[in-house]
Design a protein around this ligand. Structure first.
Ligand SMILES: Nc1nc2c(ncn2[C@@H]2O[C@H](COP(=O)(O)OP(=O)(O)O)[C@@H](O)[C@H]2O)c(=O)[nH]1
Ligand SMILES: [Mg+2]
Length: 339
């Protein structure tokens, strides 16, 4: 789709148009960000002064929990309060083809058709850490383009998804009634990252029990905190006033206010920035290491000419060849941290 319109993707004109409300240009800029094309580094640097105004709210949880439905309902609610809304939905089930990607679009129609909203789906393919970087870059683009809220939908299954959820101002973890859900959430590390816990599909049997389980887990936490994680029941498919969305909205506002007051908000953003830079450095190292030949090919060669060298010796030789350690580095010495 976007392949045919890449010609001027690196031009400052694209950035200017994208940031001043041209949706086609914005879509193109997002594609550059998502591909992590080399030209995005420059574009990001140009848009970075405008980053920081939007509130980023993550919605994470197991597949089918109702994340997309809830994100849309919350987006519609915030629209009614005057906010412009951008959504980044990460969909692991969609390769690059239609399928779930189209499904998300359709389900978020009430947002996707609103000129003050923009819904973008992203496939989760890509390198380790690429997911977190990609979604973060998309969020930065939306932020710079002036959207008031950026909502990030991710499936809370793996570390990279948890990384994405962490790179937000507020993280909402969504669970549903069902056997052992609180335990699942604990195992997946979701309880630790939750600022707000939602039990969606509260119209189904067992909602009260999950709420009780979650509250028990929360009560076992001993650490002092500026924020007490609430457990909120929602019925995202229900458009009525008693669907829990109003409570969720209040909780999100209160959490942000509490974090702002005690300084945690700024600290959290500072730590996102650190994480982002660390990921960028790791990405660059990974992709530039033996970029011409490829690391795998160099390892194969080194093994062929091994001469009885140990894996540590070969590693040290490869790193020094890449200019990353001194040639005299002895493999037996203490690990030299690059930090
Ligand atoms: N009964 C019920 N169904 C819901 C609720 N929220 C979402 N669903 C349905 O659950 C299914 C999965 O929702 P979706 O938002 O795609 O989940 P996601 O995979 O977490 O994004 C859809 O068929 C929704 O209509 C709810 O509160 N109650
Ligand atoms: Mg979804």
């Amino acid at each position: 789709m976007n392949c045919s319109v890449m010609t001027d993707s690196s031009s400052p004109a694209l950035l200017e148009r994208a940031l001043s409300g041209d949706r086609v240009a914005l879509a193109r800029l997002l594609s550059v960000a998502e591909r992590s094309a080399p030209e995005f580094a420059e574009l990001h640097t140009a848009l970075f002064p405008r980053v920081g105004q939007a509130r980023r709210i993550g919605f994470t949880g197991p597949p089918g929990a109702g994340k997309s439905t809830l994100v849309e309902a919350y987006g519609v609610l915030r629209r009614a309060r005057g906010d412009s809304i951008a959504v980044v939905a990460v969909d692991p089930s969609s390769p690059f083809t239609g399928g779930a990607l189209l499904g998300d679009r359709i389900r978020m129609n009430r947002l996707a058709l609103d000129p003050e909203c923009f819904v973008r789906s992203m496939a989760t393919r890509g390198s380790f850490g690429g997911l977190a970087r990609g979604t973060d870059d998309l969020a930065d683009v939306f932020d710079a383009a002036g959207f008031d809220r950026v909502l990030l939908e991710t499936v809370g299954v793996g570390q990279s998804e948890v990384d994405v959820a962490r790179a937000t101002d507020t993280t909402v973890v969504i669970l549903v009634p069902g056997a052992g859900d609180a335990v699942q959430a604990l195992k997946a590390g979701l309880m630790e990252i939750a600022d707000i816990l939602v039990v969606n599909k509260a119209d189904r049997p067992g909602a009260e029990r999950v709420v009780a389980e979650l509250e028990e887990v929360l009560s076992l936490r001993s650490e002092e905190s500026h924020w007490q994680v609430p457990v909120i029941q929602t019925v995202a498919t229900n458009g009525k006033n008693d669907n829990g969305l109003e409570r969720l909205d209040q909780a999100i506002e209160q959490q942000a206010a509490a974090a702002q007051e005690c300084g945690a908000f700024a600290l959290r953003r500072a730590s996102h920035l650190k994480d982002k830079i660390r990921r960028l450095v790791e990405d660059r190292l990974r992709s530039e290491l033996f970029a011409g030949k490829g690391l795998a090919a160099r390892i194969a060669e080194a093994l062929e000419e091994r001469n009885g060298r140990s894996p540590y010796e070969i590693t040290a030789a490869l790193l020094s060849e890449a200019g990353l350690t001194s040639a005299g580095h002895s493999p037996g010495s203490k690990n030299e941290s690059p930090a």
